[in-house]
Design a protein around this ligand. Structure first.
Ligand code: NAD
Length: 322
């Protein structure tokens, strides 16, 4: 009987892995905003050929500038070489025409604006424009993968690939199986995520998946605690930072995510489960309606001045001196 040496076994394992992933060489990313540029960056840095697609030419230009800036920071820190930076940029091309951009790709990762009708329309177009073997993934934070899959003729090849912000830094990819996503497609996406040096975690498709189902009620409870006067903004964030070792308090995190985004995810949880425990706090609703959407709008629970890293509680929530 012949037996394999350890080094032969390792070679075979590596070959099988890269052989599987060889089928996944050309990637398209739809949407070049906050998440899209990070997703394109991560794939391109790991040797994939990336087509970055956006309806807005300006957004594409801004995305390339952001990727270049972030790569330069990695070079300065010594985590990549100048050559890898150059190769990463050379691996990315941009397109404003979805149909032309996805023609020869093996995987699409959709990271366009979080809007159900928009995503359903994009997936119908992708289903018609891509080859039958192409896997269609979405980076949605909250929209049902099963609902998206239902507008295509390839429900087995529709999957959630939920990257975290900022993508080149954050390790997690929440891999979400729709009701009809196949085992093969799930395993391919798990392997592919590992090839990006990420850690994939498989979950099923129910409202909020895991990340937001657990995070958003915590943020909502922090907002309720403020609304009911249990404690102030800094006190609530301090308790969670110092007591639970969270790197950022829930109110600051809500500002960073965007209060409008938090509200919309809470509404998805509330509608999806029909359980009043997910009802968004009236203070959150008011703040979004008043245009205080967190860091991106300049104010939320804290105020944000461009170029300044100082964290200052918004005037509205400042403590009155006794
Ligand atoms: N921002 C986050 O922290 C975060 C985290 C995880 C997941 N997500 C999800 O990622 C997705 C993108 O979020 P974002 O924060 O990057 O949004 P964003 O607003 O920064 O970018 C969205 C981009 O999509 C483009 N776009 C809109 N319609 C398009 C179309 N038809 N074709 C191509 N491009 C189109 C817009 O021009 C814009 O550049 C959403 O589904 C969101 O829920 C966001």
């Amino acid at each position: 009987m012949c037996s394999l040496r350890d080094d032969q076994l390792i070679t075979i394992v590596i070959f099988v892995r890269s052989n599987n992933l060889n089928n996944m060489k050309n990637i398209a990313v739809i949407g070049s905003g906050t998440m899209g540029n990070g997703i394109a960056h991560s794939f391109a840095q790991h040797g994939y050929t990336v087509t970055l697609i956006d309806i807005a030419d300006e957004a594409l230009k801004k995305a390339l500038a952001t990727i270049e800036k972030n790569l330069s920071r990695q070079v300065e820190k010594g985590s990549i070489t100048e050559d890898i930076k150059k190769q990463t940029l050379a691996n990315i091309t941009t397109h404003t025409d979805l149909k032309a951009g996805v023609k020869n790709v093996d995987l699409v990762v959709e990271a366009a604006t979080e809007n159900t009708d928009l995503k359903l329309k994009i997936f119908q177009e992708l289903d018609a424009a891509t080859a039958p073997h192409t896997i269609l993934a979405t980076n949605t934070s909250s929209i049902s993968i099963t609902k998206i899959a239902a507008v295509t003729k390839r429900a087995d090849k529709i999957i959630g690939m939920h990257f975290m912000n900022p993508v080149p830094v954050m390790k997690l990819v929440e891999v979400i199986r729709g009701y009809n996503t196949s085992d093969d497609v799930t395993q391919t996406i798990m392997k592919l995520s590992r090839s990006l040096e990420k850690i994939p975690v498989e979950v099923n498709d129910y409202p909020g998946f895991i990340a937001n189902r657990i995070l958003m009620p915590m943020i909502n409870e922090a907002i309720y605690s403020l609304y009911e006067g249990v404690a102030g903004v800094e006190e609530i964030d301090s308790v969670m930072k110092l007591g639970m070792a969270h790197p950022m308090g829930p109110l600051q995190l809500a500002d960073f995510i965007g209060l409008d985004v938090c509200l919309s995810i809470l509404n998805v949880l509330h509608d999806g489960f029909g359980n009043p425990k997910y009802a968004p706090c009236p203070l959150l609703v008011n703040m979004v309606q008043a245009g205080h959407k967190g860091a991106k709008s300049g104010s939320g629970f804290y105020t944000y001045v461009q170029g300044s890293k100082d964290l200052k509680v918004s005037r509205r929530f400042e403590k009155q001196e006794a």
